[in-house]
Design a protein around this ligand. Structure first.
Ligand code: XMP
Length: 544
């Protein structure tokens, strides 16, 4: 495995993802772990190399963080990235100085001589035949003197020491960010470090991981009972399938139907988990309760709060009956007895852990607090079981497929916790939800049907998130000989890699035409379809 020491950069996660994409296991730990911790971590011989990350811009200039010196004494390869390069230089006897200007953005650097890290990797060559790399820079300080034993590996005018290497000790450092996609050869460079220089085996493959994960879950759970909140989303579905593989009927899933799910979603979840996997699922139909509390409420945040609060209430009540001795549930065979659950399982994934600071880093800026039902385990007196804690989303999907979950479930677009509650503008009514569900199902079906010739992919695959929004306004139309006065829906489809920014998707007109025609003809009550051409920012992806 590879150890990534995090100096607080927002893109540290990306380093981990790239290493995992090379099928090598890695973990992110804070940069201020002790020398003893590092030595203990390396003791079993599985550690093959260390990567020192960049630092967050705001703490950057005056950062005094250092890597534990033991990192340089393990006899293992070390790669320093950006701040990681600077601290490596400083700690090994070189010099770092504050730059007069920040260098930020795309840059080209020249590779010097042959180093194991860059050999054969280049985007172009200059007049003298030296390799050039198109990279992404983001730094203020820079290394002005290399430590003894190092040679120059890369440079450009703005940054004369943009890369350095001590090949005898297998220490490499780059000022640019190989982990971001703007660095064209970034993945190749990280692969070179991890696979060749660190000599790891690319054996981190989800199909093989199942056996190990199953053993871990069995060891943790023993003979006890586990409950899990199943939402139909990717993470909770994969967690359920994995835990079920490990402990079978010791797992009971609770599926709360808040009445704001997509068309037939509840039945699909039951078919899959009860019908195919034979898991125990307690389905709680709480739609009346949710819709009742939402009546008369039109403020988006108020709606979110109500849905969140009710969800916790309903889930708690269901969980309590399962925790109580001898409670029965309406599971696969209807008569299974839950002896008293002691574990609550959640589909927390690695980015949640890193972002919530769970990986121990105080410095990374918290961008979002994750949506899992916080505080519930304590309230219910349950221990936590989080079998996806070390996986990235792509890996969770790969694992889901390996566990036999259908491709369509595992590669589904994200769906917000409050569901259609934030896709019906203003007050939520059952009538609106029913119309929206049918219109949305048509849109999604056609996105699956239409293929882009050039890429061979469907438009569902080519968009990151697509859905229909219900507008509670009426417009006039004509149908046959009659005048109609019905509701309007908006179609929304976006392309994004991180959901922080997003472009509206340039869907083919033929697709829009088909969807519009079908919705207006098949969903009585809707007579107008519009397409949302707003990007984020300034619009958000959801309308509320
Ligand atoms: P926005 O609308 O903020 O959405 O551009 C970004 C992503 O977050 C999802 N989203 C939510 N997810 N609860 C959730 O679980 C919410 O309240 C919520 N609001 C937005 C949205 O679907 C998109 O993927």
């Amino acid at each position: 495995k590879i150890l990534i020491l995090d100096f607080g950069s927002q893109v540290t996660q990306l380093i981990a993802r790239r290493v995992r994409e090379a099928h090598v296991f890695c973990e992110v730990h804070p940069c201020d772990v002790s020398d003893d911790w590092v030595r203990a971590y390396a003791k079993d011989g599985n550690l093959k190399g260390v990567i020192l990350s960049g630092s967050h811009a705001s703490v950057y200039e005056d950062s005094t963080d250092k890597a534990p010196q033991a990192v340089f004494e393990l006899g293992l390869p070390v790669l320093g990235i950006c701040y990681g390069m600077q601290t490596m230089a400083q700690q090994l006897g070189g010099k770092v100085e504050a730059g007069k200007t920040r260098e930020f953005g795309a840059a080209q650097i020249r590779a010097h001589g042959h180093t194991a890290l860059f050999d054969g990797i280049q985007d172009s060559t200059n007049a003298e035949g030296h390799g050039l790399l198109d990279v992404w820079m983001s730094h203020g300080d820079k290394v002005t003197e290399m430590p003894p034993g190092f040679k120059l590996m890369a440079s450009n005018v703005a940054c004369p020491i943009a890369g350095m290497a001590d090949e005898a000790r297998h220490f490499y450092a780059v000022q640019f960010h190989p982990e971001v996609t703007h660095t064209v050869q970034g993945q190749a460079i990280l692969n070179r470090f991890v696979l060749d220089i660190c000599a790891t085996r690319p054996d981190w493959i989800m199909g093989d991981y199942i056996a190990e994960a199953v053993e871990k879950i069995r060891a943790q759970v023993g003979k006890e009972e586990v409950i899990l909140g199943l939402s139909g989303g990717v993470d909770s579905s994969v967690a359920a399938a994995l835990i079920h593989r490990a402990i079978g009927d010791q797992l009971t899933c609770v599926f709360v139907d808040h009445g704001l799910l997509r068309l037939n979603e509840g039945d699909m979840v039951m078919d899959m988990f009860v019908g195919k996997l034979h898991a125990k699922v307690m389905r709680v139909d709480a739609s009346d309760q949710f819709l009742g509390h939402l009546a008369g409420v039109s403020d988006p945040e108020a709606k979110r709060k109500i849905i969140g609060r009710e969800f916790v209430e309903v889930f708690k009540a269901a969980a309590r009956t399962l925790v109580a001795q001898g409670a029965t549930n309406s599971g696969a065979n209807g008569s299974a007895v839950v002896k008293g659950a002691t574990f609550l399982a959640q589909g927390t994934i690695y980015p949640d852990v890193i972002e919530s600071g769970g990986a121990g880093n105080k410095k990374a800026v918290t961008i979002k607090s994750h949506h899992n039902v916080g505080g519930l385990p304590e309230q219910l007196g349950l221990k936590l079981l989080e079998p996806l804690r070390e996986l990235f989303k792509d890996e969770v999907r790969e694992l889901g497929v390996a566990l036999g979950l259908p491709y369509n479930m595992v590669y589904r677009h994200p769906f917000p916790g409050p569901g259609l509650g934030v896709r019906i503008l203003g007050e939520v009514k059952k009538e609106y939800a029913d119309l929206l569900r049918r219109a949305d199902a048509i849109f999604i079906e056609e996105l699956h049907n239409f293929k882009d010739e050039a890429s061979g992919k469907t438009w569902y695959q080519l968009t990151s998130q697509a859905f229909t929004v219900f507008l509670p306004v009426k417009s006039v139309g004509v149908m046959g000989d009659g005048r109609t006065y019905d509701y309007v829906v908006a179609l929304r489809a976006v392309q994004t890699s991180d959901f922080m920014t997003a472009d509206w998707a340039e869907l083919p007109y033929a697709l829009l035409k088909k969807v519009s025609g079908r919705i207006i003809n098949e969903v009585r009550g809707i007579n107008r379809v519009t397409y949302d051409v707003s990007s984020k920012p300034p619009a958000t992806i959801e309308w509320e």
